[in-house]
Design a protein around this ligand. Structure first.
Ligand code: SF4
Ligand code: SF4
Length: 369
């Protein structure tokens, strides 16, 4: 069966005003607010952006959604979960401060911000899924126990799965820290002993004491949680992401995405992908990134697979613009994420999610004017 994906193109020159109008139109077209009941608690899941990142979603977009949800006398809150890596979103105190610094405050949102997996990321529900990689998934309790869910995703590239959109936001974004560990362990980093200086910097900083250094550094994979903190710190760049397991990582994403909405009514979960400020990697990066292409628009669907497939197609079919990320040989229509991450097949997450009947890649794009 085909899934509907509503699409509002935006003019990159006039985008902020347009986005507010188009968001309202998309929500109206979807009829989502009418599916809510009075007093429903509605999680609006987004990514507040790591400190130093500049392309996270504008909090005023979330305010538009909050106002619409409140017309139904439902109770919206903005939410995200703590990160596995150690920076400014690792615990709820730092995470909330980062969110406020990025404008996700009550005065702008007119709704509270709640970090869904609690102070240290262990406020979780074990969800039985009995799938190939995981029998149980660990999902942030406050998202899992909400009545409705609106997933606002900044669609962009991702260094471990090619691109990140609705599926990634559900999977990693709704997992508790333990849930993130389970997924990230599959892509724990690798160390090449040839370039290792045995300087012990990684050994000293590893939060799990998973690295020992004798003549060169060695990772104990029984202890390593895959936080990838050691990658940035190595002076010789000899610790690398393990992209060989990216297919397993994508499969893990599909299983976790499935777990995060398994208890929800179909018509109380909706996905909105923003194809604006499209960068090569995710908003966890604590620095400004070059944009891949000019802004395209906003998509809305009840189907996370269809919306991600439609987003992926729109990005690939869009001209590459002047971005230095694509050379003169680049042909419009080629998989841009494959150009960025040549060892990663970003369609695996779509195929795996489709196998779990989370949605379909067969979509009808309905453009609203
Ligand atoms: S930080 Fe890099 S160079 Fe230093 S011990 Fe670890 S792997 Fe080797
Ligand atoms: S070895 Fe690296 S990825 Fe593994 S836990 Fe230590 S810092 Fe994190």
């Amino acid at each position: 069966m085909t899934s509907k994906v509503f699409f509002a193109k935006i003019d990159p020159q006039n985008k902020d005003d347009e986005i507010f109008n188009k968001l309202n139109e998309l929500m109206d077209k979807s009829g989502f607010v009418n599916n809510l009941d009075e007093n429903d608690i509605v999680a609006i899941k987004t990514h507040f952006g790591e400190r130093g990142n500049t392309t996270y979603l504008n909090p005023s977009f979330a305010r538009t959604i909050v106002d619409l949800v409140k017309t139904k006398n439902a109770k919206p809150f903005l939410t995200d979960t703590n990160t596995l890596y150690h920076h400014y979103r690792t615990n709820s105190v730092d995470h909330l401060e980062t969110a406020y610094q990025h404008g996700y405050s009550f005065s702008i949102l007119n709704a509270p911000v709640i970090i869904a997996d609690g102070m240290h990321g262990n406020n979780e529900v074990e969800v039985e899924i009995n799938q190939e990689l995981f029998e149980k998934a660990k999902i942030a309790r406050d998202i899992y126990e909400s009545d409705g869910l609106i997933v606002l995703s900044h669609f962009k590239g991702h260094c471990m799965c090619g691109f990140g959109g609705a599926i990634k936001n559900l999977a990693m974004g709704c997992a508790s820290r333990n849930g993130k560990k389970n997924q990230h362990k599959l892509v724990a980093p690798v160390i090449s002993k040839i370039r290792c200086l045995a300087c012990r910097v990684c050994e000293k900083m590893c939060p799990e004491e998973a690295i020992t250094v004798d003549s060169h550094a060695v990772i104990d994979y029984d202890k390593c949680i895959g936080c990838n903190d050691c990658i940035e710190i190595c002076p010789t760049h000899t610790i690398k992401l393990n992209r060989l397991n990216s297919d397993d990582f994508s499969k893990a994403l599909a299983e976790y995405a499935y777990a995060s909405i398994i208890n929800k009514k179909f018509n109380k979960v909706v996905f909105i992908n923003f194809l604006t400020n499209i960068t090569p990697d995710c908003d966890c990066n604590a620095f400004e990134q070059e944009k891949m292409i000019e802004d395209i628009g906003i998509l809305l669907s009840y189907d996370p697979v269809a919306i991600d497939k439609a987003s992926y197609d729109l990005v690939n079919n869009h001209k590459s613009g002047l971005s230095s990320l694509f050379d003169a040989e680049y042909v419009t229509g080629e998989d841009k994420f494959k150009v960025l991450y040549r060892n990663i097949d970003s369609t695996v997450q779509l195929k795996e999610a489709e196998k779990l009947r989370l949605g379909t890649t067969d979509y009808e794009l309905i453009e609203i004017m």
